[in-house]
Design a protein around this ligand. Structure first.
Ligand code: PRX
Length: 650
């Protein structure tokens, strides 16, 4: 984010009031809701929960013993029932639930009746493979309808799912399967990406060589002849074969509010990804209400969240939130530039999309391509625009508002995390006056604060750490099989307060401005990557003695990965080694973690106690004057490195 410094943000004074039409028709347009929720948090969330179906009502809305929260305690519900049966019973059987567009241009529209039938059948398939309530199921799939069908089938029978993004490598998949100790893997023969095939089953086979808990693999036929696959008799099954004989009725399992719904892995400050745990009742209520109010959902709306379901955004705002609301949700398999750079806008035009939710990195890419691409298409159906994943720079916000929204659509900049499960800081489109670049204010009932090192709230326009001081229903309940890490990671910097890992400031009007991560997490094109993860991948290569990884500012991606590497004796630095190491990281993690730059160095700048000083590496990579170097063991190392970096960067 080139202009995301506090100084630059302070100059941003443009405001956008809600268009009058929104004020008259919006789902939530009463400002008093903020006060009401603040005064009676439990009553507020109980009212939202009351819109949904419960087999047994909760006894207590919230039990809060920091850092452990339980929501809707004693309640029994099923999220798949709420996303499907509830709407079918209310007369929406023939309403489109999922509109799907494949990258090659194929298309499927599944009604609520269709999805209910497919989910019930696949739930029966899972049962026939021995999956029981509580068993974990890993899903490694392209963006095809079978992916949400598989997730909802798991939820229907109470088997927690763990979706692994299709861009992760075989090794990353293997580690996640093993951490979750999954019994079944659901995948596809392949997926389409820019006309090429992503070989999912081949990656899965490689992963399965080291996953002792997997008993069965279900394979969707997506690319067919284009990618013949290996089939292991007894272990591997075609999805369509199993579905052909499956009964179409499957009773939903009444789940306890606090039963595990899913695990989703995300990067943190150590080399090992964290399995974020989400439970049933609170997550359902949180995603339901935020989708309804923030995206101002109306019954006939077509809602398109462009994320991949492999990330939390897709879980909450392609699958659970929209379907819990009975909305029509769009999913698209491919990339925005295939076959041409107007693909997103062609999809908006074709399906008359009303609300689009995408990421700043995508918006900056569209800006670079130029306004002629959206201008080719009829975007008049759009009513509201959303963004998520990283701070949006005001220029990108303005461009989005003007060239995509035609100047008439509010932009909701929504801040949240895998851990929060639901959007927490966001405008409400009929209420909030917008400031480009600001996620504005906490959702009703959400208590956010900005603290300094000492734990004191900072003054207006001062930077600090963003924290959450009260629980919210969709919050994570822990890190899978690692209870200590949960406490240490989120609740130990300020006891009893959730530490987000983000920097922020609040202006004189109380608006929040996010400033990016303050820990060892890099945000590359909206994807979270831990510096230690990339470092472990690099030192795993026999040529590497030591590696330090940092995030550097990037015009399009927000941040890019830069690695400083020391080679072992006998290995030669050079272009070939750069390629080898980039490939190695791709193999260990996936293409999303490929370093943009690798710089070889004889030594890394360290303190006398041997700690690598990443702060100085960041100064070097950003071309800044070096900060305090007095604690360095050897002052010359960093000076030499700076000089080399500048020479190589030209
Ligand atoms: O740094 C914040 C950034 O993305 C991080 C969470 O990443 P992840 O768990 O992968 O979830 C991404 C989608 C919810 C946050 O800690 N982030 C997300 N949304 C915003 C944001 N930063 C600024 N503004 C946002 N709207």
């Amino acid at each position: 984010m080139p202009d995301r410094t506090i100084e630059a943000l302070l100059l941003e004074d443009r405001t956008f009031v809600p268009p009058p039409a929104f004020g008259q028709t919006a789902t939530m347009r009463d400002e008093r809701v903020y006060d009401e929720a603040a005064k009676d948090l439990e009553g507020f969330w109980a009212r939202a929960a009351g819109d949904l179906h419960w087999f047994a009502k909760w006894r207590t809305v919230l039990e809060w013993a920091p850092p452990y929260a339980k929501w809707f305690v004693g309640g029994r519900t099923n999220i798949a029932y709420n996303c499907l049966d509830r709407h079918v019973k209310a007369g929406r059987r023939t309403k489109a639930a999922i509109i799907w567009e494949g990258e090659p241009g194929d298309e499927r529209v599944l009604t609520y009746g269709d999805v209910l039938r497919e989910v019930s059948k696949f739930a029966n398939v899972l049962k026939s493979l021995g999956v029981k309530r509580g068993d974990r199921v890993t899903i490694y799939m392209p963006m095809i309808p079978e992916l949400p069908i598989a997730m909802l089938a798991c939820a229907r029978i109470g088997a927690p799912h763990t979706v692994v993004f299709g861009g992760f490598s075989a090794e990353a998949l293997r580690d996640r399967i093993n951490d979750a100790q999954a019994k079944v893997l659901i995948t596809a023969d392949g997926g389409w990406r820019r006309g090429n095939i992503v070989p999912l089953k081949r990656n899965a086979d490689e992963a399965l060589a080291g996953t002792p808990t997997i008993e069965h693999v279900v394979v969707v036929r997506r690319v067919g002849e284009a990618a013949p696959i290996h089939f292991q008799e007894g272990r591997d099954h075609w999805w369509h074969r199993l579905m052909a004989d499956a009964p179409a009725v499957c009773e939903p399992e009444p789940m306890d509010s606090e039963d595990l719904l899913y695990i989703l892995y995300t990067s943190g400050t150590t080399g090992k990804p964290k399995g974020i745990v989400h439970t049933t009742g609170g997550y359902m209520v949180g995603t339901y209400l935020t989708t309804k109010w923030i995206f101002d959902l109306k019954d006939d709306d077509v809602f398109w969240c462009t994320a991949d379901i492999g990330w939390v955004t897709g879980h909450s705002y392609i699958v659970y939130g929209p379907l819990a609301n009975g909305a029509t949700t769009v999913m698209y398999e491919g990339t925005p530039d295939y076959p041409d750079k107007d693909r997103f806008w062609a999809i908006v035009e074709k399906y008359r999309v009303n609300i689009i939710y995408t990421a700043p990195t995508a918006i900056r890419t569209f800006m670079k391509w130029g306004p002629q691409y959206p201008a080719r298409r009829d975007l008049s159906s759009l009513r509201l625009l959303g963004t998520v994943g990283e701070p949006i720079n005001p220029e990108a916000w303005i461009w989005y508002h003007q060239h995509i929204g035609g100047g008439r659509c509010p932009v909701v900049d929504t801040w949240w995390q895998t851990e929060t499960g639901m959007i927490l800081i966001t405008p409400l489109p009929a209420i909030t006056t917008l400031k480009p670049g600001s996620a504005t204010r906490p959702f009703p009932g959400v208590a956010a604060e900005i603290l300094n090192e000492q734990g004191k709230p900072v003054g207006p326009n001062e930077g600090g750490y963003l924290v959450l001081t009260k629980p919210w229903p969709a919050m994570l309940r822990g890190i899978y099989r690692d209870p200590d890490r949960y406490v240490q990671q989120y609740w130990s910097r300020y006891p009893g307060v959730y530490f987000t890992g983000d920097g922020a400031k609040r202006d004189k009007d109380g608006y929040f401005w996010l400033l990016g991560r303050v820990d060892d997490v890099i945000n590359v094109a909206g994807h979270r990557i831990g510096t230690y993860e990339v470092e472990s991948a690099l030192v795993d290569n026999p040529a590497v003695a030591e590696a330090a990884v940092i995030g550097v500012t990037h015009d399009i991606k927000g941040q890019a990965i830069a690695a400083f590497v020391t080679l072992k004796e006998g290995f030669t630095a050079g272009a070939e080694m750069v390629d080898t190491l980039k490939q190695h990281v791709v193999k260990k993690i996936g293409a999303l973690a490929r370093p943009e730059q690798i710089l070889f160095t004889g030594e890394l700048p360290k303190t006398r106690s041997g700690k690598i000083m990443r702060r100085l590496l960041r100064d070097i990579a950003e071309g800044r004057v070096l900060g305090d170097t007095t604690t360095l063991a050897d002052q010359t190392v960093v000076q030499a490195l700076k000089q080399r970096y500048e020479e190589e960067a030209g």
